[in-house]
Design a protein around this ligand. Structure first.
Ligand code: AMP
Ligand code: MG
Length: 484
């Protein structure tokens, strides 16, 4: 098979050998494409039109590897729920780095492609439901304007995987700026050989932070840049009510993309302590904890970089601490600015924070839907019933109206701003579960319809109505599963 449909390189494998293992996907019995992302393929300049349907499925399952490729699995470590573990791609293989026609570099990775040297006890495989879930949510995140890994396709393998039940197997083709994680640096720093971390640092800077090449203290500059990048990412998550669910350090990508859609979910009713993940018993990764966890993860990155920052450890610690301590203010200011735009405000006023937190408190007390409340604010008329038609809401609303009066822009501009950051539709868990369940049973209509509805999430339309309501009590999803 020729590789003319892809322009593949593999700069990652120029790193010291401990960072990867060359290994190939294990062929599957009967691959069949379940869903293919034509728009993404086009955007990436990946042209599979020369393939027959069968060849396309074989390619997307990793059964057919383009000539000249050297697929590999990546080594990494990570803190999972606070505990350090050796990990690595136990069920994923990078085919290579595809260069788009505009010169951008993206990893093409198969997830669920069979055992690798890092599989530990696992089977290296993935089930159809969770792979469709990653496809659906990652693409929805992209449409919401949030940095994320993307999904090119899901193929059913024609094989089963044994979990609690026997499930249909599948492989997801993931596209990512890279798969370098905080955990990759933790892995590097274990080797007590500075040149290993240095090599990874140079690779990462080349790939994602070229402007830092000029900096005198590159590890410190990188830490500061990643702090900024992750503060931006978490601000986006908070904006749309996204709960990642497993913010382990191996799931924090230094490309700045949201990665690893396991038990993630979107909040319906506003409640800061919302947790969905069935494995997050302590609420460590609850909605409101996400910024604190990001800072905790960034501290693990900083520790890995200490030996490169300064030969004197005390000096290095001081520099790293100063950078990490700045996270709080950096995040807070990004969050506040995001919340201002959710309220149609541009001018900065000291009292804005209280205006925002009072609204959030009101939403929490009245159990209103996070997405729809913000969207309702910019409608010509608010709903005429409780909890909107109450004194408590009217008091807040009057303050907000007065505050809008201090803006130079008019109401129409505020509405445009609000409509650009407050989604009209999100992948609500009950709709996701409903579509996945049907998909697992072979009926893909609900899934395709949901994917389509989520393509333009800021654009109101009648076709969105079935996806906008919060769940009825009987439809509520309380727990989401990793489904590994
Ligand atoms: P995750 O929770 O998806 O971030 O995965 C955590 C670690 O477990 C990673 O190193 C994965 O590669 C590995 N892993 C997850 N599922 C499997 C599986 N079925 N077989 C082998 N390794 C797995
Ligand atoms: Mg992971």
């Amino acid at each position: 098979m020729s590789e003319s449909c892809l322009r593949l390189e593999s700069t990652y494998t120029n790193l010291p050998h401990i960072f990867f293992s060359k290994t190939s996907p294990i062929p599957v019995q009967k691959p069949e494409v379940v869903i293919f992302n034509h728009a993404l393929a086009k955007e990436m300049g990946i042209d599979l039109s020369q393939f027959s349907e069968q060849q396309e499925a074989e390619f997307l399952a990793g059964n057919l590897i383009p000539d000249g490729c050297t697929p590999f699995a990546q080594a990494y470590a990570g803190h999972q729920f606070g505990n350090f573990t050796m990990l690595g791609d136990g069920r994923a293989i990078v085919l290579g780095e595809h260069i788009t026609s505009s010169g951008k570099r993206f990893d093409i990775q198969y997830k669920g492609s069979g055992r690798t040297p890092y599989s530990r006890g696992g089977d290296g495989r993935a089930a159809l439901g969770p792979m469709l879930r990653e496809y659906l949510i990652s693409e929805a995140m992209h449409s919401l304007g949030i940095p994320t890994t993307r999904s090119l396709a899901v193929v059913a393998t024609g094989e089963t995987v044994q979990r609690e039940n026997e499930l249909s197997g599948a492989i997801l083709t993931r596209i990512a700026g890279s798969h370098i994680r905080v955990g990759t640096f933790e892995f590097a720093s274990l080797h007590e050989d500075k040149t290993i971390t240095q090599a990874l640092l140079e690779h990462l800077i080349d790939r994602h932070f070229p402007s830092l090449k000029e900096k005198e203290n590159q590890p410190l500059a990188l830490l500061e840049a990643v702090i900024e990048q992750q503060a931006d990412l978490i601000t986006h998550w908070m904006r749309v009510g996204f709960i990642h669910g497993v913010m382990n350090t191996d799931n924090m990508a230094l490309s700045g993309e949201t990665i690893d859609y396991g038990p993630c979910a979107f909040m319906d009713i506003f409640a800061p302590d919302t947790v969905f993940s069935s494995i997050d018993h302590q609420g460590r990764y609850a909605y409101a904890n996400q910024p604190y966890i990001a800072q905790w993860n960034l501290a693990r990155l900083a520790e890995s970089l200490l030996p490169l920052m300064d030969a004197d450890r005390e000096n290095a610690i001081e520099m790293a601490e100063e950078a990490l301590n700045a996270f709080e203010d950096i995040y807070k200011s990004k969050w506040l600015s995001m919340m201002r735009s959710k309220l149609g405000l541009v001018v900065i006023r000291k009292e804005d924070e209280k205006l925002v937190t009072d609204l959030l408190d009101w939403m929490h007390q009245n159990r209103t839907d996070y997405t729809n409340t913000f969207r309702n604010l910019s409608k010509p008329e608010l709903p005429q019933e409780a909890p909107y038609a109450t004194e408590s809401f009217e008091a807040w609303h009057n303050r907000w109206q007065n505050r809008l009066g201090e803006e130079e822009q008019g109401w129409d501009s505020s509405v445009t701003l609000m409509a650009s950051v407050n989604p009209a539709v999100i992948p609500r868990n009950h709709k996701v579960e409903e579509a996945l369940q049907a998909g697992e049973e072979g009926d893909l209509k609900l899934l395709h319809d949901l994917v389509k509805a989520l393509e333009n999430p800021y654009q109101e339309g009648d076709h969105l109505i079935p996806y906008q309501s919060p769940p009825e009590p009987t439809e509520k999803v309380y727990r989401t599963f990793c489904g590994t």
